[in-house]
Design a protein around this ligand. Sequence first.
Ligand SMILES: *Cc1c(COP(=O)(O)O)cnc(C)c1O
Length: 463
Amino acid sequence: MKYVSTRGSAPALDFAGVTLAGLASDGGLYVPESWPTFSPDEIAAMRGLPYAELAARIMQPFVGDCLTPERLRELTGRAYGRFSHAAVTPLAQLDERNWLLELFHGPTLAFKDVALQMLGLLFEEFLSREGGSLTIVGATSGDTGSAAIDAVAGLDRVEIFMLHPKGRVSDVQRRQMTTVRAPNVHNVAIEGSFDDAQAMVKRIFSDTDVTANHRIGAVNSINWARLMAQVVYYFAAALQLGGPERAIAFSVPTGNFGDVFAGHVAARMGLPIERLIVATNVNDILHRALSAGDYTAGTVTPTAAPSMDIQVSSNFERLLFDVGGRNGAAMGEQMRAFEAQKTMRLTNAQREGAAALFTSARVDEGETAQSMRWAYEHCGETIDPHTAIGLHAARTVPLPAQTPVVTLATAHPAKFGDAVERATGIRPSLPTRVGDLFAREEAYVELPGTYEAVRAHIMDTAA
Ligand SMILES: *Cc1c(COP(=O)(O)O)cnc(C)c1O
């Protein structure tokens, strides 16, 4: 399997290459040159497989000959063995039509564990083959940082520097990062906002003094291997609800468009999907793009669902490329114009291609709280604000009768306990496996919000 850049001018790479590269050298994102497909019979034959086994089947065509089937099965077994539920991503029924796909049974209680637990193992595998090492530098507003740190803690060939804006992540989120004690984990609290931290990370990637001495890696969802791992749970859910004989709809709380793009991939591979609902909060650039063709970045409004507070959705470029004719040169031109002007129109092909599978909805703060209350009062379920946005969209977007709707539950409610308590009066408790989080000792350095300070810290500390 070869991977090509959405902007057409970076070299094609194999799976190991795209896993270690992250972003393509032309600024684009890597996508498979063509989509592998399964027939309805092949999909039906996957029913009943344990999750790790299903994962290896779905991933194998993307991995190509970079891993043997046996080795891939070992890795999925290790990654998903760390989840606290035997089904890994179990379904919970809410009413006769609505289901929750619980993606929060991993070590850090957010869906990002599903992909990052696998990515950590893939890094180690491919690096040990070439005898290399990787220095991951990332910025986080919460969930990505803890999931990435947990996934790579203790690995020999990977070192991680995670920057978070001091005082602007929740206590649970900070402690999930800073109480991990491993020699390859470096937490940094910087003065300033998440955007300031993110801007510093971007500078590190293009700082030749740093890159001359360290291979810098990325863990955000521009990394193809993350999306590949997320395709699996669409198959797992559909197989339990009557697929492939019956088409299922999915409602996905969306920020960077990674999770819902994985649903598009599942559909391309042959899984019958009735609709993918892109649920946004008031930061609704994707809703405007999908409903009116207008992709214009505004300013970010903070909400109760911070992991969806974004104005530019990196992975949307993958969809526009795939449904818009797969023309790398045209895509590069369109994205460069967007980067300069912060606004662009979708082409007719992009609009029509997206409309064939995607519907969008914008959910405001009042509706989010109402949705948490509805789930509690009518179904006895406490759900987090991100999941609540997905569920509100699932219950309001028109769909054919009889179609089951699966809302992706992207975070454990205890991770956003204050918002859940405000809406429902119930304070969800942390699962016992992370219950001593507040007793563990924290370790992190505090730095002023200047690039020089961050750069010096990385240069001095990295092995
Ligand atoms: C990251 C995240 C999202 C958004 O996922 P994308 O792949 O960026 O669209 C939604 N909910 C939670 C809890 C998250 O952590």
